[in-house]
Design a protein around this ligand. Structure first.
Ligand code: GLN
Length: 544
């Protein structure tokens, strides 16, 4: 039976619980154990698909088409285990299942209550499909004390009792802030947070303390005493230069050892963390300097909105021995004439995914600028659709070319898809249907055309990539656009959906309908990102 590690957070949000969970999983994996990570999100949306990226960060998409919390991206990148629909749940989903059951009559005669009905569903979710895994790490979103999180805390409390100490452990992540006026690290917020957790019946076994400097032994003793944990179970989580140092640091702090001791598992051997050490070495010492990549998007105010994208660029930088410096260009707020100045020292331009008409003009201008100035261009999802519209307007002379997302029209260059094939089945949507969970989502196959840049980068004929969009490039324009100079280097197997487009009259100009950033991993860098950075580096070096 799996052993469960429940990870909660306190004091403030944004302490990096996702990264902490993923890093602990990576160290356990480095000891030969199998792991699975899960995220329980207390908010009431059924999934984050309808939430704004500027509020909640990116929506991460799994192979099986789930729209999930961005922490699942950390999980995949740190453990290389593909996340599934069943690895992220919200209060909204739990309740919508509960109410469907109630309407069906499953609770006939009974009064439906938070305890036991809601908590039973949460517990069933946590336990489902875990039989063949050594460790299941289960992160509760938000912080202790949040009203909507209570049923989740209650569920893990019950599970701790039901599974027993030898199959469950609680880790609580807190902040130990430094007070400049007192020149001291302060442990009181941690004490309060643990007190709050104990009030709802959960005694943490390990307290993981984020701090910006070493926590002195006497302060650790204080935390241990007040929080009722062993001193060696007060683990420091100090700020690091590279996120990929975290698994190494956790081991140095004895985090993995305390977990194994708790479960009476052998802990004398060292985990095999060599690959992490090599990665960090490369990350912190790029031998080829810096490359400047402009990201022209509209969610530029919050880096979390582009989490996987930034990580994919980071991986590609490490693979090319270079630090990727991001130049944020807010697509909503510049004039076309300002572009040359904004993109002055830029070696590559990336237009990421996005929704809605805001900023579209700026993104199209960036695509034109990249095309005309031979700057490597990488268009992702909306960034691909806009590159197509740009080419249709400026190369093929279709002045009115647009997407029906922005302008209702007959026969648009980019149009709403109402029917497409998924394997052997057909997916259908109507124009006025629900917005939640109804896009083309998850992994789809794509056939690459021989002799194209995309084919030479992937070195394969068939690829699988993850999608999240409602509109598609209209295949009726394929011939016209090809005559104007573009090449459709990737198509859906039935030949109806353009998936990759490139411009062979340009050093590196690629647009993809899917989101390759979701599949990039530090130890398996996505080939498109890797080659985009290589081409940008080439641009830098021919420039200077
Ligand atoms: N808004 C576009 C669509 O729905 C692009 C989506 C995206 O970039 N993820 O098709």
């Amino acid at each position: 039976m799996a052993r469960f590690i429940f990870i909660t957070g306190g004091v403030v949000s944004s302490l990096g619980k996702g990264l902490a969970s993923a890093s602990l999983a990576a160290v356990l994996q480095a000891r030969g154990y199998s792991v699975r990570l899960r995220k329980l999100d207390p908010y009431l949306n059924v999934d984050p698909g309808t939430m704004s990226p500027t509020q909640h960060g990116e929506v991460f998409v799994t192979d099986d088409g789930a729209e999930t919390d961005l922490d699942l991206g950390h999980y995949e990148r740190f453990t290389d285990v593909d996340a599934r629909q069943g690895d992220n749940v919200t209060t909204g989903r739990i309740y919508s299942n509960l109410i469907a059951k109630e309407r069906r009559g499953d609770y006939l005669g009974g009064t439906v209550q938070v305890i036991p009905h809601v908590t039973d569903l949460i517990k069933a979710f946590i336990l489902s499909n875990t039989e063949d895994t050594d460790f299941v790490l289960c992160e509760i979103g938000g912080t202790v004390g949040d009203i909507e999180a209570l049923p989740f805390f209650e569920s893990i409390r019950q599970l701790g009792f039901e599974l027993g100490k030898d199959h469950a452990i609680y880790v609580h992540l807190t902040l130990v802030p430094y007070l400049p006026a007192a020149k001291e690290l302060k442990t009181k917020p941690t004490q309060h947070s643990v007190k709050e957790l104990r009030e709802i019946g959960i005694q943490p076994d390990i307290v993981l303390c984020r701090a910006d400097r070493e926590i002195p032994a006497n302060e650790k003793q204080k935390i241990a005493l007040f929080c009722n944990v062993a001193e060696e179970c007060v683990i420091s989580a100090l700020d690091v230069k590279s996120i990929y140092q975290v698994p190494i640091k956790y081991h140095e702090e004895g985090f993995d050892i305390q977990i194994l001791k708790h479960f009476n598992l052998p802990h004398e051997n060292k985990p095999n963390i060599k690959k992490w050490e090599n990665l960090v070495e490369r990350d912190l010492n790029p031998e080829s300097g810096e490359v400047n990549i402009a990201v022209v998007g509209k969610y530029t105010g919050l880096a979390d909105a582009y989490k996987s994208l930034l990580e994919a660029l980071h991986h590609a930088g490490m693979a090319n021995g270079v630090k990727v410096k991001i130049i944020w260009v807010n697509a909503r707020s510049f004039l076309k004439e300002e572009l040359p100045q904004k993109l002055q020292n830029v070696h590559g331009i990336l237009v990421p995914g996005g929704f809605g008409e805001d900023g579209v003009k700026g993104k199209i201008a960036a695509a034109t600028y990249a095309r005309e100035n031979n700057i490597p261009y990488f268009g992702i999802c909306l960034g691909m659709q806009l590159a197509i519209i740009e080419a249709a307007r400026n190369l093929a002379g279709i002045e009115k070319a647009n997407s029906s997302e922005f302008k209702k029209m007959d026969n648009p260059v980019v149009g709403l898809m109402t029917e497409w094939e998924k394997g052997d089945s057909k997916e259908t949507r109507s124009a006025d249907g629900d917005l939640g969970g109804t896009m083309r989502l998850g992994a789809y196959e794509c056939k690459l055309k021989r002799g194209t840049l995309a084919r030479s980068i992937y070195k394969k004929d068939l690829i699988w990539e993850r999608h999240r969009h409602r509109y598609e490039v209209n295949v009726d324009y394929k011939q016209t656009l090809e005559e104007a100079g573009l090449v459709f280097s990737g198509m859906s197997p039935d030949g109806n959906l353009p998936e990759i487009v490139e411009n062979p009259n340009h050093p590196w100009f690629i647009g993809v309908q899917f989101h390759p950033e979701f599949k990039s991993r530090p130890f398996e860098v996505h080939p498109l990102f890797k080659d985009f950075i290589r081409a940008s580096l080439e641009k830098r070096d021919t420039h200077s």
